[in-house]
Design a protein around this ligand. Structure first.
Ligand code: NAP
Length: 259
């Protein structure tokens, strides 16, 4: 299926590894001109080179912290008029809310709510003028089914989700859609570090914790960044113009609700 987005400019945040990289790879494969952002230059340049080599796409790498004003300005300087925006950033740390201070909450809200909103604000009117825009926010299944130790994520991402639910209905008449992708367990560095922390906290082996988590999933496996990227590319496609304001769960069926 030709997704009809060849030549579109895509800005993919937090994309040197994991889910963001998967999205950048899939969009590059569809012929988008891709700008990827991450803080650490080495892995970022490696990812850019790998995406270029795999797809032949034009890929620009911007080493910046997307949660800062300066980082967002650098990303937008490299890709001033994106047709596609994939919002992503690192997830907040796990813990007990009794240990979190105001600064912890502000950092989570800054990274996982305010940053995507400010990036959308910067680009959405240009998308409306051009009559095409696709925004995909990478959130988490914690939005639908809160994860107790991830209270910062549950709260900050729910705030973004509420905001998007309203805005997505205003922009769709201009062929600008805004959707959220909700990952369950995907085989990335983030998941691996969570499993290491769980093993340590429960005094179990990493293998035992990994196996328990894997077999608890109806699919009996973790998701891959490639399949996440393919779902993102579809939401960014020309064909997906009637899908907006949705929260698409990708979790191997782990969320048990009927709808
Ligand atoms: P990952 O494999 O650890 O990759 C994170 C990527 O984001 C890296 O490229 C990292 O590069 C970049 N990044 C982090 N903070 C950044 C910042 N402030 N500015 C710019 N780039 C930044 O993580 P992932 O598994 O792909 O997770 C992506 C998002 O999905 C996270 O918010 C995570 O909480 C959420 N999520 C993941 C899962 C899962 O199972 N994997 C499940 C639910 C939700 P640098 O460190 O060099 O900046």
């Amino acid at each position: 299926m030709d997704l009809g987005i060849a030549g579109k400019a895509a800005l993919v945040c937090a994309a040197s590894k994991g889910l963001g990289r998967g999205c950048a790879m899939a969009l590059a494969r569809e012929g988008c001109v891709v700008t990827i952002v991450a803080r650490t230059p080495g892995p970022l340049e490696t990812a850019a080179a790998e995406i270029r080599a795999a797809t032949g796409a034009t890929v620009t790498a911007v080493a910046a912290d997307i949660t800062t004003d300066a980082g967002r300005a650098a990303a937008l300087a490299a890709c001033p008029t994106p047709d596609i925006l994939v919002n992503n950033a690192g997830g907040p740390p796990p813990g007990n809310f009794r240990d979190w201070e105001r600064e912890d909450w502000l950092a989570a809200v800054e990274a996982n709510m305010i940053t995507p909103i400010l990036l959308i604000k910067a680009v959405v009117d240009g998308m409306i003028e051009r009559g095409f825009g696709r925004v995909v926010n990478i959130t988490s299944t914690s939005v639908k089914a809160p994860i107790p130790i991830l209270g910062l994520s549950n709260g900050a991402r729910a705030g973004l989700t509420g905001f998007i639910a309203g805005l997505a209905r205003e922009t769709v008449r201009h062929n600008v859609t805004i959707n959220n992708l909700l990952p369950g367990p995907f085989d990335t560095d983030r998941l691996r570090s969570t499993l290491v922390a769980t093993a340590k906290a429960q005094n179990l082996s990493l293998e035992a914790v990994t196996e328990a988590r894997r077999t608890a999933n109806p699919a009996q496996r973790f998701g891959t960044a490639e399949e996440f990227g393919d779902a993102c590319a579809y939401l960014c496609s020309a064909q997906a113009s009637y899908i907006t304001g949705q929260n698409m769960v990708l979790d191997g069926g782990a969320y048990p609700g009927t709808m």
